[in-house]
Design a binder for this molecule. Structure first.
Ligand code: FES
Ligand code: FES
Length: 167
């Protein structure tokens, strides 16, 4: 029998208070309840990475979380990776420039994974980027352009981390 409980969370800077079904995955909650359909659901078994979102700074599989587990969390989804003025963020711009997507199904999960990595480790080298991305399956691109795009976007993350580190 399904049951709903009230949860409070911040998603892409916006606060939400919502009754969440206790059996609903966080991925479905984002898509169906909050209408943030940029998060994609592929395998629903934690394998493909398409559903990756950032919860309290960590990249997580939203298909492996239940919605009530996000109570109190600060979440970033693919919709939160654009600039405050609505233009594309550095990863999005680089993916477009390098043609790093074809069908685009994997792209939200790859962008959120890369965003979490570069936010925590702006000096991540190609080996580290490949290691972290190994959990995201892309069936179209062969990864070469994806890596090129992330390496280019890394410069923006490095610049931001240097700026935020200044007194
Ligand atoms: S849908 Fe969550 S990892 Fe595939
Ligand atoms: S762009 Fe199609 S699965 Fe990655």
């Amino acid at each position: 029998m399904s049951r709903k409980i009230d949860i409070h969370l911040t998603v892409n800077g916006r606060q939400h208070a919502h009754a969440a079904d206790t059996r609903t995955t966080f991925a479905d909650f984002l898509r169906d309840d909050l209408r943030l359909t940029g998060t994609h659901v592929g395998c629903e078994h934690g394998i493909c990475g398409a559903c990756t979102v950032i919860v309290d700074g960590e990249a997580v599989r939203s298909c492996l979380m239940l919605a009530p587990q996000a109570d109190g969390a600060t979440v970033v989804t693919i919709e939160g990776l654009s600039e405050p003025d609505g233009t594309l963020g550095p990863l999005q711009r680089a993916f477009r420039k390098h043609h790093a997507l074809q069908c685009g199904f994997c792209t939200p999960g790859i962008l959120t994974t890369a965003h979490a990595l570069l936010t925590q480790e702006p000096d991540a080298d190609e080996t580290r980027i490949r290691e972290v991305l190994s959990g995201n399956i892309c069936r179209c691109t062969g990864y070469v352009t994806i890596i090129q795009a992330i390496l280019e976007a890394r410069e923006s993350y490095r610049a931001r981390s240097t700026t935020s580190a200044q007194p």
